[in-house]
Design a protein around this ligand. Structure first.
Ligand SMILES: [Zn+2]
Length: 45
């Protein structure tokens, strides 16, 4: 068991503040929040 908090790799928000979704990039497991997910899908920066 771990109480390590996951954070969004885009904005740094924690899982306490928003819903985080697991994703992968460059072979690394990352977490992204639902606010950052739409621009990520549309390829915006
Ligand atoms: Zn985010």
């Amino acid at each position: 068991m771990s109480d390590e908090k996951q954070v969004c790799f885009m904005c740094g928000i924690t899982e306490d503040e928003n819903v985080l979704i697991p994703c992968r990039k460059s072979g690394q497991e990352q977490w992204v929040c639902v606010r950052c997910l739409p621009p990520l899908i549309h390829g915006q920066h």
